[in-house]
Design a protein. Structure first.
Length: 367
């Protein structure tokens, strides 16, 4: 299969290379990576599923930037692109994955070193089934959220637009606790591949002069509403909506960076159901069944601005925590996009250490 995919890649590259002579020069390139690695045992419960070395390929299409927008100049002219990933998990119970992703490529060391951050959705061929596949406690659904990181050393345009690359990558699959089970997997691999530059004979000039240098903003007040659907680790328990009401202060300290501090209230019917369930199923816990499921947290975070899009992460602590659920500290990582005046949307994952609690869809307003 890898040979066929590589043949398609080479054929497509040659076709595009011939077509470019009659077309307007395109600011794009293609790359192909074959990878081979190991599943990381982040949870001892998935040990029985680690039986071989997963392998697959990453096929990517990248749009180059040359500083047409201010933010591109501040980040050394990154690429925006799309990826297709196929992965054989080397265990029939885990099945295979095929996913599509959007990604950014960031360059370092005179553009020889590439760091890619990709986020997308993947289809798993053999998720958990209580009768046919009860051993797969990693994936409870066919559709999974997926994130991948790739670090490559790349040499481009060695011969008529073709170049070589090699490095490491990490691929994460999870359904964000949408449906149990959701132990998830992380695959760490080495990769080797080819790249092809369209219009490799053309010269493109970078706009390096920054019109914005010393940039900052005053403190702003923000209001957010997040929500989604979640379930507990109890297989067979229903799915429930959840809601998070938050407010925070943010300070833009530079063109790239903001820091923020805030608080939020978590309303979780799933947790209410779990408390009632455990009060009956596990009387040794000493629960009455009517304990409050509401939690209140405070958090601090960092936001990296890429034009209208930004990447953020924060660390939180529950100051009101009547029921012990996964610990008092929590993490959140996500992406945010400015929608229109003062409004923004977000997609994030909230977790406790390496264990996801929920995937959050949010909308916010910035004063």
């Amino acid at each position: 299969m890898i040979n066929k995919i590589l043949g398609v890649f080479l054929g497509l590259s040659c076709f595009l290379g011939q077509a470019q002579e009659e077309a307007t020069p395109k600011k794009y390139d293609l790359d192909f990576n074959y990878f081979y690695g190991n599943i990381v045992e982040h949870n001892k419960d998935i040990g029985h599923l680690i039986t071989g070395h997963p392998q697959g390929f990453i096929l990517s299409y990248n749009q180059k930037t040359f500083g047409e927008k201010e933010w591109q100049r501040h980040f050394n002219f990154p690429d925006l692109g799309a990826s297709l990933i196929y992965q054989d998990m080397a265990n029939p119970n885990l099945g295979d994955h095929i996913g599509i992703y959007a990604h950014y490529n960031f360059y370092f060391l005179n553009r020889y070193l590439l760091l890619r951050i990709g986020q997308g959705v993947s289809y798993n061929t053999n998720p958990y089934d209580p009768d046919a596949n009860y051993e797969n406690i990693a994936y409870g659904t066919h559709l999974l959220a997926s994130t991948y990181l790739l670090l490559n050393f790349s040499k481009k345009n060695l011969f008529k637009g073709f170049g070589v690359q090699g490095g490491i990558n990490l691929i994460h699959y999870s359904n964000g606790n949408f449906k149990a089970p959701n132990t998830s997997t992380n695959t760490f691999s080495i990769n080797l591949g080819l790249n092809y530059q369209l219009d490799h004979d053309e010269e493109f000039h970078y706009q390096t002069e920054r019109s914005i240098t010393n940039y900052s903003e005053p403190i702003h007040l923000n209001f957010t509403l997040k929500g989604g659907v979640q379930t507990s680790d109890v297989i067979g328990m229903d799915q429930f909506p959840f809601y998070i009401l938050g407010t925070y202060l943010d300070k833009r300290v530079s063109y790239k960076s903001s820091v923020y501090l805030g608080s939020e209230v978590f309303l979780s019917p799933m947790l209410e159901e779990l408390i009632y369930y455990r009060s009956i199923a596990y009387p040794e816990d000493g629960l009455q069944g009517d304990e409050s499921s509401t939690r209140v947290g405070v958090f601090a975070g960092y936001q990296l601005h890429l034009g209208k899009t930004s990447i953020f992460g924060n660390l939180g602590y529950y100051v009101y925590y009547p029921y012990d659920f996964e610990g008092r500290t929590y993490l959140r990582a996500g992406i945010q996009r400015d929608l229109f005046k003062n409004f923004f949307g977000s997609l994030s994952v909230k977790s406790h250490a390496a264990k996801a609690e929920a995937m959050e869809f949010g909308i916010g307003y910035r004063l």
